[in-house]
Ligand binder design. Sequence first.
Ligand code: GMT
Length: 377
Amino acid sequence: MKKLKIGITCYPTVGGSGVLATELGKMLAERGHEIHFITSSVPFRLNKLYPNVFFHEVQVNNYSVFQYPPYDLALASKMADVIRDEKLDVLHVHYAIPHAVCAVLARDMCGENIGIVTTLHGTDISILGQDSNLAQAIKYGIEKSDIVTTVSNSLKEQTYEIIGTTKEIETVYNFVDESVFKPIVDTNLKEQLGIAEDERVLIHVSNFRKIKNLPDVVGTFLKVREEMPAKLLLVGDGPEKQRVLEQIHSSPFKDDILFLGKQENIAELFSISDLKLLLSETESFGLVLLEALACGVPGIGTNVGGIPEVIDHGVNGFVVNLGDVDEAAQYAIELLKDEEKLIRFRQAAINTVQTKFLAKPIIDHYEQLYERLVALR
Ligand code: GMT
């Protein structure tokens, strides 16, 4: 295919949408496309120099006349500059607002006929879409984009329901870089963390927002811990950490919960784990679940959003009702006590990634979307 010049805008800080957008950009660059990230800081997974990848920083100056710094306008203005100066073919934005709206404004500003692809990631619809102050802007961004994708079928349905648009939307699942997310053996990480060989390891990775439902993650673990020696790894940080500390304050098992903070070596941490817990209130996909599966770690997730599209109940993990800690603990205990079953689930986890979420066919899909747009110009 023709090599394209592609602009990418995402939230550059820790979070699934930024991770996905950055990995996509890196892989497209490996295929020979020229990638221009237009973001407020260097995306956190863009941690070294990559050939064909460029970074354009959006700078927002705060003048005393502004009550709020005008990030959206600075972004749109920067996008317009990059579209014109770098002669971009496509602008792929992640998250409806403000990114899709800024892309549309930028196209208008520079007068170039550039194709806009918008990928919806979740809370831009499930939470912001319900806010009447933002709903019209989200709808506008979606409808003025040339192509709109969602990361799960569930999010597609939710978008139609909440936003009330008739725009055609395609599901393109999240993917993992399987050269990074794979079972890693021969680390002494377990020992370093003070975890004994006979202890089972449960893991939760998130930004500790309320929607991640940390109390149920900890509640499930405490029930498991009553039945067997085990540790819970809590990876990430955020507003709910204090609540967890209060929850475990008087538990006899509080020393079995390890707060590891934000970590880079996620694949290594998954590789010493036996089970991933993601008991969110809302989750369009659950990229961390997929990363765990790729490392051979089965998951227990709630029956919300796109989680049932990732967890095949009874095969690579279990899907439980939101809030049902007893059910989650029961499944966890049964699995963790049965070595043969656990091995079967571990293999199934890897198979799920190989058959449904491999990077290559998903990047192919995005390339086809770009090609379709370029052909129309
Ligand atoms: O889940 C978060 O808190 C971060 C959020 C984001 O916007 O980066 O993640 C969303 O996008 C990810 C990548 O597509 C999805 O895997 C997450 O499920 C989705 N989060 C929610 O829907 C809550």
